[in-house]
Structures are given as structure tokens and as C-alpha cells.
Design a protein around this ligand. Structure first.
Ligand code: GLY
Length: 425
């Protein structure tokens, strides 16, 4: 067996908790660290109070602790060049370079890439001038989608049903600068009616490896109403997926993206999250993300049999072609418990008093998002607080296990969607 590694995971969400959980099960993991982490992660990794934007302090920490692999979770640190910086300083890092991260950090860049390489995506136009954008909207039919060009923490996409909504969104982004520099440029995109799938594949310089998919629930409340969130829950698999669709995703989405990156001489090492809309069994890319999805990651890692550490190392060494992904082939569901008021204003520091009422079993795993420990008790510390993941041989059973656990908590300061895994299951 190869020597055991000291590993550092960057991030503080339930996605990073599930990555730490998965890595902690690897026989090749020695010490596990997380910057900054959360209360749940602190039970399986050593959490360090270092600011993830402080590249030099991270490098110093890596040298002190003899870190042999860094895994970067959130897009903002990738877009800021953390992967380039660590790699240049001889620290193996899972996560794409700043240049490759442009696929997510600039919608305009991604759209040009998609069109240049003839990959299916809704038609679009881009604008920096409010006057020009308004003129275009007045001559358009609705619905339409308006997107801020840069990173906006998942809030930069507005689906406009009519002109008044479009004009409002333009004013907020281009005039009131709601998203700062991220909204200096916008794209206006054709709206395609269909269902969304988050599809994931690992990429290295020489090959790619499809990983799996999950169906996310972005709206805050049941039946897809309310404001957009980072994701209130997801499940996998879905009866909406079929052999033909999977083949198209492989050939027309993943492979074409791989060939496009190659043609453009962009070395991509990491995971790509393809935000897809499916209409008439045909996939269109509505966005690229250069990281795992949250909560999709939690769901997919619960079903992964292959050692995640082997996948990460193979990606960095351009040896993905040697990896075979094997799964338990279970049905998995993830339900998010959020603070009351999320995604708007919410209160923090609320005791999670019944967390211990969730009975531990092989079929249930609770991943922490916004949590902190005070005197060995768990408190809320963010909008999304916990991700209850359950797996079983049927989705109905997985749903039952997850909801039984969340009900047992009976957390008065939070809410959750009750319909995860019902639609399109
Ligand atoms: N769940 C959607 C995202 O991670 O962007």
C-alpha cells in the first residue's frame, strides 16, 4: 500500500463535510485538516482558523503540517487562483486553475466557449450598457433569463416572466450594482422549459470520467415556490434519466467539453458540474460549475464505493483513465434543514438541541453546513444548517428514513422542504 497522506480540505459547508467524511474512510488518509471547517467537520478533522483567501498562510500551514494533498471545495477560492498558487509551490491540489475556473467565474466566457465548440446551450446576448439591454428586452418575448456575468453566490440568475420583471432585474444589476463587479456585464438568455439535472464528471489533462447526477431543489419551499437558494435537497437516481439521454450527455456534453478544453489548450484538473436543462430528451448546458454541487456532492458520495482519495490523486496525476468508479447503486436522498428566514435574513446561534435524537445507522449520515460548537454543544451558524442524507434500496424508504430523522429533531428555529424526492423520482 502507498504511504498515508496528510490532507487539507478548504471550505466550511456540508459539501466539505461529506468530502472529509469520504476521505476519512480511506485507508490511505493519515491526518485530515480543514480550513475553516464547521462543528460537524471538527469531529473528523482538525479545523484551523485560517482565512481561506489568505494563500500565504495556507501554504505556510501546508509546509508545517506536511500536507500532501489539498482539496478546494468552493468556487471563490478556485477563481482567486488558490489551486495555481499551491501547485506552483509544490503542494498537490485538487481543483482547477484560475484560467480553467473561468468556466464558472464568467458566464460570458462560458457562453463563448460553448458556442465556439458547438455544445448545446440556450441562445444569448451580452450587455454592459443598461440602455442597450433595456432596448433588447423591449423587443424580446418572455420568459427570459438574466444572469450576472461573475460569481454571485448562486443569486445572480433571474428568470423573468414579463418585461417589468426584466427591467427591474436590469436596474438592480447594472444600475444599482447589486452584485458589484460581478454584475458589470450581464447575459440575457433564452429560457428553455424542461427539467434540470446536475451532472458531474472528473477531468484531467488526458481524459475524463463521468461520476453521476442528482436532481437539486433550488426553491426555498415545497412545490418549487419561493426564492432561490443554494439548494434545499436532492436525490439520485431519477426515472427521468434514460440510456439515450445518458449517451447524449456523455457524447454531446462531457466529451465535447473535454475536446473544447483541449483545443483551447486549457488543462483542467478537477470536477466539472454540468448544470443541464433537458427538453424533449435533449440536454442543454445552462451553466458550468468548476466544483462539486452542494447538496449534490453529499448525495453522490453516499453512494460511492471507490476510494475518493484515489480519484483525487489520479486527477492530479493525469491518471483518471486508470480509475473505475464503482457504486453501491442505492437510492440516496438529501434533505436540507435551514434557519427560519433563509435565504433572506435569519438568526444564528440557535441551539440544535435534539441532534442526538437522530439514530445513527449505516443508512443515515448528517452533514453539517452552518454549525459551530460552543461548550461541546452544537449551534446554528448559517442559512443552511444540516444536510440529512439517507440511502436505501428504494427512494421511498430513503425518504422515510431522512424525514423520520429530521422530524425527530423538531428544530423550532428551522424549516425544510417536505417534497424532496417526490417529483420526477
Ligand atoms: N446546488 C447547486 C450548487 O451547488 O450550485
Amino acid at each position: 500500500m502507498k504511504k498515508k497522506l496528510n490532507i487539507l480540505v478548504i471550505g466550511s459547508g456540508a459539501r466539505e463535510h461529506s468530502i472529509c467524511w469520504s476521505l476519512s474512510k480511506s485507508k490511505k488518509t493519515n491526518k485530515l485538516f480543514c480550513i475553516p471547517g464547521n462543528a460537524g467537520i471538527s469531529k473528523i478533522a482538525s479545523c484551523e482558523e485560517i482565512n481561506p483567501v489568505d494563500k500565504k498562510s495556507i501554504l505556510k500551514f501546508c509546509n508545517e503540517k506536511k500536507i500532501e494533498l489539498v482539496v478546494i471545495g468552493p468556487e471563490e477560492y478556485l477563481a482567486a487562483g488558490l489551486s495555481d498558487f499551491l501547485t506552483k509551490n509544490n503542494v498537490k491540489t485538487f481543483g482547477p486553475s484560475k484560467k480553467a475556473s473561468r468556466l464558472e467565474s464568467s458566464k460570458s466566457f462560458a457562453k463563448k466557449f460553448l458556442n465556439r465548440h458547438k455544445i448545446s446551450t440556450p441562445s444569448y446576448k451580452e450587455f454592459t450598457s443598461l440602455v442597450d439591454a433595456k432596448k433588447f428586452l423591449k423587443n424580446s418575448s418572455f420568459p427570459l433569463v438574466i444572469k450576472a456575468d461573475g460569481l454571485a453566490a448562486g443569486k445572480g440568475v433571474v428568470i423573468c416572466q414579463k418585461l417589468s420583471e426584466g427591467l427591474l432585474a436590469l436596474g438592480e444589476i447594472l444600475s444599482k450594482k447589486k452584485f458589484g463587479n460581478a454584475g458589470k456585464k450581464i447575459i440575457i438568455e433564452e429560457f428553455i422549459e424542461g427539467f434540470e439535472i446536475s451532472f458531474f464528471a472528473f477531468f484531467d489533462k488526458k481524459s475524463f470520467l463521468p461520476f453521476g447526477y442528482a436532481l437539486d431543489h433550488k426553491k426555498a419551499y415545497d412545490n418549487d415556490v419561493g426564492p432561490n437558494t443554494g439548494g434545499m435537497g436532492c436525490f439520485t437516481p431519477s426515472k427521468l434519466m434514460n440510456k439515450n439521454l445518458e449517451e447524449q450527455i456523455y457524447k454531446n456534453i462531457i466529451k465535447k467539453t473535454f475536446c473544447g478544453l483541449r483545443k483551447d489548450k486549457v488543462d483542467y484538473r478537477g470536477v466539472i458540474f454540468f448544470g443541464l436543462i433537458i427538453k424533449n430528451n435533449k440536454p442543454y448546458i445552462i451553466e458550468y460549475n468548476v466544483r462539486f454541487g452542494d447538496p449534490e456532492c453529499q448525495t453522490l458520495l453516499r453512494d460511492l464505493k471507490t476510494d475518493l482519495l484515489d480519484i483525487f490523486l489520479a486527477t492530479i496525476e493525469d491518471e483518471l483513465s486508470k480509475i473505475k468508479i464503482s457504486k453501491y447503486n442505492m437510492k440516496v436522498i438529501c434533505v436540507v434543514l435551514a434557519s427560519l428566514g433563509y435565504p433572506g435574513n435569519y438568526q444564528k446561534n440557535k441551539l440544535l438541541k435534539n441532534l442526538d435524537k437522530i439514530k445513527k445507522s449505516n443508512n443515515i449520515e448528517v452533514f453539517h453546513a452552518g454549525t459551530k460548537l460552543v461548550k461541546n454543544k452544537f449551534y446554528s451558524n448559517g442559512g443552511r444548517v444540516l444536510c440529512i442524507t439517507a440511502r436505501s434500496t428504494t427512494l421511498e424508504n430513503a425518504r422515510r428514513i431522512a424525514y423520520k430523522a429530521i422530524k425527530a429533531m423538531n428544530w423550532k428555529n428551522g424549516f425544510y422542504r417536505k417534497d424532496i424526492g417526490i417529483k420526477n423520482k
